[in-house]
Design a protein around this ligand. Structure first.
Ligand code: GLA
Length: 584
């Protein structure tokens, strides 16, 4: 039986000093058939450990479900880590931040009336315990003392940036221990005095999250914890992107020098991210510090291993640095192959406003029901009522979370964006018919006090009067599959949205695809029924990554749900990724 412990100055493995050289890979952002490839490439860069968060909401779409198969098979992910000869760090939260929808908290949880998340509120703690009890059979037997790969676990996440409820941290720690999690437990905080003071407990090992000013950060950590190993649990070597902003990159030499300083100081490190992966489906989070900023689909993070699993310049630079401190295998991963650009026609369409909604799901209400009240995890809900006005009229939206696409019958009249604080939409003269407001949840805030806030829309006024009597229906874009498709005759014609478009991609040998979205407005794409994520002309991201594992030899289906319109009815598969412009 091996023992991993906290020594006077180092982590120790069976009594010998052990410097953790880890990299983050979130299993929930990588196709499960790629897990082994990504983990192996981490080993080939010289890493000895893989770290992952656990995203509660990925496993528990409702309170009574907890899925652990396929993409949610955390046990298999950990087993592959072990088979590759690496150790594992598990960070189950329950809150994880991570630019992930709602910071990993399920929406059914945050919708519970009066719940106070990330605190010792008994309602919250009861649910947290249930969650950790679901995880225990996966995690507990895979700890190093049972011959498994897990050497460390983290409690909460950057709690010092959020609260100071020590009873909560104590309770969580006790739950971990009672479930048999015996490996050393850590906390992570940004190395500011108040955050370090509030984010941890004497029984938990304090670590930091930072990407630069290494000596200063390590000194601050040391002031707060006079013995034990120094660890940067999130060594930020890149950053995430928001729609409408630039693509973040960091200087390779600066990042490599910072890694050198960390390892040279004898500190342990977890590179955040080693391989970022993708926010497939509608899983991205958002930030809001006064302006709502949803995350893009790619979580490439400018990481050493790119979103599509190929090494970058940073990979080679880090490998060289690590080789100064630890053995690095001689084998190297292959470079990204050249792929030929090609264009694939979209052959069928269905006007999305012609698709019948699921009437069984409809509710009627006076104040527009929220997504949370309806218990839908989104991202689309339609609010409808009839209107009849004479002359000119203006709609006023009092809250939009996060985009309201407004129609009268099937005529598009305008869009209100939360990030622009839009409130007014003029109606056509003598507007008469069904007012339809399609509201899109663009991703729940994952950091700060807006965690868990509701989605939907607030009251809507017409000529100063609050509109009541709404029919509210959740809607899945894939309802279009059941509708009557029309053949698209002229491939070069622009097609207005909202529309679902369909085409077939023929593949001889499956290889990664990079769907060029620059001729499209805003929407999402499904490949063989799998949602590869959102696109938006705001950028910066201009290609969507389709892992080769989603494709099969022969015919593969592509469906594009487009809200505004496309320039022409085809899909361009680009030669490689284009994550957009950087800052200049
Ligand atoms: C913090 C959080 C992470 C992530 C990073 C930024 O360190 O702990 O989950 O949000 O910021 O990428």
């Amino acid at each position: 039986m091996s023992v991993f412990a906290i020594g006077e100055r180092d982590f120790t493995l069976d009594g010998e000093p052990f410097q953790i050289i880890s990299g983050a890979i979130h299993y929930f952002r990588v196709h499960p058939d790629s897990w082994r490839d990504r983990i192996r490439k981490a080993r080939l860069m010289g890493l000895n450990t893989i770290e992952t968060y656990v995203a509660w909401n990925f496993h528990a779409p409702s309170r009574d479900e907890f899925h652990t198969d396929g993409a949610r098979d955390l046990g298999r992910f950990l087993d592959i880590i072990q088979e590759e000869g690496l150790r594992a760090i598990v960070r189950p939260g329950p809150y994880i931040c991570a630019e992930w929808d709602n910071g990993g908290l399920p929406t059914w949880l945050t919708a519970t009336p009066d719940i106070v998340v990330r605190s010792s509120d008994p309602t919250y703690l009861t649910e947290v315990e249930r969650y950790l009890e679901h995880l225990a059979p996966i995690v507990e037997p895979r700890q190093i003392n049972h011959g498994g790969p897990i050497i460390l676990m983290q409690v909460e996440n950057e709690y010092g940036a959020y609260g100071n409820d020590r009873a909560y941290l104590t309770h969580l720690t006790n739950v971990y221990r009672n479930l048999g999690f015996v490996v050393p437990l850590t906390t992570v905080d940004q190395p500011m005095d108040d955050m370090l003071a509030h984010g941890t407990l004497p029984d938990l090992h304090t670590t930091g999250s930072f990407g630069s000013r290494i000596d200063e950060r390590l000194a601050t950590l040391r002031e707060h914890q006079t013995t034990g190993p120094l660890m940067c649990s999130e060594f930020w070597i890149g950053w995430f992107d928001h729609w409408g902003a630039h693509h973040h990159t960091t200087d390779v030499a600066d990042a490599a020098n910072a890694l050198d300083r960390l390892l040279g100081a004898g500190a342990s490190v977890n590179i955040y991210m080693f391989h970022g992966g993708t926010n497939f489906g509608f899983t991205n989070g958002a930030n809001d510090k006064g302006v709502y900023q949803p995350l893009v689909t790619s979580y490439d993070y400018d990481a050493p291993l790119a979103e599509d699993g190929y090494p970058t310049e940073k990979y080679w630079a880090f490998r060289e640095v690590i080789a100064r401190y630890a053995p690095v295998p001689a084998e190297v991963p292959a470079e990204r192959p050249l792929v030929a650009e090609r264009s694939v026609p979209l052959t069928h369409r269905v006007g999305w406003l012609d698709v019948p909604l699921d009437v069984d799901e409809a509710v009627t209400c006076d104040s527009p029901a929220t997504f949370d009240g309806l218990n839908v995890s989104g991202p689309f809900v339609v609010y409808e009522r009839d209107i009849a006005v004479e002359g000119d009229a203006v709609l006023r939206f009092n809250q939009v979370r996060d985009i309201a696409y407004v129609f009268v019958d099937t005529t598009f009249v305008g869009v209100a964006y939360r990030d622009h604080h839009d409130a007014f939409i003029p109606l056509p003269t003598d507007a008469r018919g069904t007012l339809r407001v399609l509201v899109e949840d663009q991703g729940r805030v994952n950091y700060g006090p807006r965690l868990g806030e509701w989605k939907g829309m607030g009251t809507v006024e017409l000529q100063g009067h609050i509109l009541t009597g709404w029919r509210v229906t959740p809607c899945d874009p894939l309802l279009a599959e059941r509708a009557a498709w029309h053949e698209i005759s002229t491939l070069s014609d622009a097609i207005p949205g909202p529309v679902m478009l369909r085409g077939d991609v023929h593949v001889d040998v499956p290889e990664n695809l990079y769907l060029d979205t620059s001729g499209w407005g805003k929407g999402a794409v499904w490949v063989n029924g799998f949602n590869v994520g959102r696109y938006w002309s705001r950028g910066p991201q201009h290609t969507l990554f389709v892992p080769a594992e989603l494709l099969r030899p022969g015919v593969n289906s592509i469906m594009v749900f487009e809200l505004f319109g496309v320039a022409s009815a085809h899909v361009v598969c680009a030669a490689g990724p284009d994550l957009g412009h950087t800052e200049f």
